[in-house]
Design a protein around this ligand. Structure first.
Ligand code: ZN
Length: 247
């Protein structure tokens, strides 16, 4: 099985299409898993959601998905994110909001647990520290978990025989993670629609269940096209500018 793992599409359909083309060029896609924040920030929330639905994507909820349906308030959001969330809510159809509203926060698929943030704090937790990684691992009942939310491709590996220790590192383009039978792992595929590690290329990962590997890919896409749509939509300009910076 060749499973495409994506997260944080953030209504950037141009980036999503680039990921899908790149993944398809590498072979058959058997499944598509999305780790939340399909909408919010970008100008094509309806289109991005429809595209993922059409592909039968397995989806979970992110904070931006829930904010765009009113399930959570935008009080915790910065002003730009809140403006984008309200704009997104108006753009979505009732059926879209209903669909996003019903998405689970945590989902288990065979040896993998899928969650947007962390298992400690599914919608809001950032897995960016050893502390957060350890509290996440304490709740992880499968050998592997997949998270998003930070918009940075990363890997956490539990140290064998020392459950209170783990390593945390970022994953570069082409990084290939061998799935271990002894150490539990957490993998973040990065963000499709709004990378934040200084590399503006879209990010995703491929899980190959035969070779038991996860490989991270970075792909160039037409950033200007996504920026233009954000500006035409009247969304805050920073949301367009940051795409070129990878921030
Ligand atoms: Zn996000």
């Amino acid at each position: 099985m060749r499973i495409v793992i994506i997260s944080d599409v953030h209504a950037n359909l141009t980036a999503l299409e680039a990921v899908l083309s790149h993944a398809e060029a590498g072979g058959t896609i058997d499944a598509l898993w999305c780790l939340g924040d399909t909408v919010g920030y970008g100008a094509q929330p309806r289109e991005s959601l429809a595209r993922l639905q059409e592909l039968g994507t397995l989806m979970i909820a992110g904070n931006h998905d829930q904010a765009s349906t009113g399930k959570i308030s935008t009080e915790e959001f910065n002003p730009i994110a809140a403006t984008a969330a309200h704009w997104t809510m108006d753009r979505l159809r009732a059926a879209d909001r209903k669909y996003l509203d019903a998405l689970p926060e945590v989902l288990t698929q065979d040896k993998f647990t899928l969650v947007h943030g962390t298992l400690h704090w599914p919608i809001w937790g950032y897995l960016t520290s050893h502390e957060a990684s350890l509290t996440h691992l304490e709740r992880q009942e499968t050998p592997f978990s997949l998270v998003g939310h930070t918009h940075i491709p990363a890997l956490v590996v539990e140290q064998p025989k020392e459950p209170r220790k783990c390593s945390l590192s970022n994953l570069e383009d082409g990084a290939r993670v061998e799935l271990s039978h002894e150490r539990r792992m957490v993998i973040n595929p990065g963000s499709v629609g709004q990378p934040r590690d200084g590399d503006p290329r879209t990010a995703y990962a491929i899980l190959n269940t035969n070779s038991e590997t996860v490989t991270v890919h970075r792909v160039e896409y037409n950033i200007e096209a996504s920026q233009r749509l954000i500006e035409e939509a009247g969304l805050p300009r920073w949301l367009a500018q940051r795409l070129a910076l990878g921030q």
